[in-house]
Design a protein around this ligand. Structure first.
Ligand SMILES: [Zn+2]
Length: 309
């Protein structure tokens, strides 16, 4: 009888030890897992939702100096950097994220110049422009065309990696197609977003209507633009480089317009780096010198950029 009791007690004790080990082992594993996870163990074991990150912008771990929108941003980024979106419009819709662009106070400085280049990327002019910008230690904004990105993705990648801003300038730049309907226009923007995202992993939030929005955009275009969260970017200084002007003519066009000091707080200069714009490349060092000599601040277009008009 005594033996039986001892045996029973031993079995009980052994079972208790086994049970303790069984019960505690997942906790031990979780405790180790916790050292590699930022989420507390309690969040993994409970049914609670993991809290959404409060920082709505992400800095990537690569060398690109830009802001990346991840969620619905309540606080705009504090510095004058390019802004990209981690998600396409479709992905935002699927995740239930805000499409509209956050309200940001426009930045007006004493002497501010936004250099913008349209219609690239192109295999000769764009790299030449990038070399000049790099040599001068300044950043610019490139409004790219989808068909060109498909042809020269590596040039787009360089624009991005050099820290410039990238904007959407439609898929094929064909006015009669783009301005047929809002649907046609925004289908081209969305298609180009996808193409750009396939190359650099993010998409632009700024766009520029081919030929400019004036005379092409109806009220419906502006409403759709706002709803989808694109920021349309015009210009208030034209280099005139679309009209076969020579380098000297381009420089003189710009100098003449910069007489108007009302533009100095947010001068947005239209140039082209697409095919046939070698004269722009030729003029660029002197254009930059003109602004540098007058202590202008070179900025990239982002949500802080004021409307040019
Ligand atoms: Zn264009």
């Amino acid at each position: 009888m005594r033996h039986k009791t001892k045996f029973f007690q031993a079995i009980c004790a052994l079972s208790a030890v086994c049970l303790t080990i069984l019960v505690s082992s997942p906790l031990v594993l979780l405790a180790f897992a916790d050292s590699t996870l930022s989420t507390p163990v309690a969040d993994i074991t409970s049914d609670q939702e993991i809290p959404i990150a409060t920082n709505h912008y992400t800095m990537t771990d690569n060398a690109v100096d830009a802001y990346f929108m991840n969620e619905n941003p309540e606080n705009p980024p504090p510095a004058a950097k390019p802004v990209y979106d981690l998600f396409t419009i479709e992905e935002r819709q699927e995740k239930g994220l805000e499409l509209a662009t956050p309200k940001v106070s426009p930045y007006y400085g004493q002497r501010v110049i936004y250099l913008t280049f349209d219609d690239g990327p192109e295999p000769e002019n764009t790299p030449a422009v990038l070399d000049i910008l790099k040599k001068n230690g300044i950043k610019a904004t490139f409004f790219v065309v989808g068909t060109q990105v498909e042809k020269y993705p590596e040039v787009l990648r360089r624009i991005y990696q050099d820290g410039h801003a990238i904007g959407n300038h439609s898929y094929n730049h064909v006015y009669r197609e783009l301005y047929q309907s809002t649907n046609a226009y925004f289908s081209q923007l969305r298609h180009t977003d996808e193409i750009i995202k396939n190359v650099i992993g993010v998409r632009p939030r700024i766009s520029r209507a081919p030929g400019g929005s004036a005379g092409s955009f109806t009220k419906e275009y502006w409403e759709t633009l706002k709803k989808l969260g694109y920021v349309e970017v015009g210009w208030n200084v034209s280099s005139g480089d679309a009209s076969k002007a020579k380098a000297n003519g381009i420089i003189n066009n710009i100098i003449a317009q910069m007489d108007n000091k009302n533009l100095w707080s947010h001068a947005t200069l239209l140039m082209h780096d697409g095919r046939g714009h070698a004269e722009t490349v030729k003029a660029l060092p002197d254009i930059i010198k003109f602004f540098k000599d007058r202590q202008f601040e070179f900025r990239v277009v982002n949500f802080e950029t004021p409307s040019p008009w």
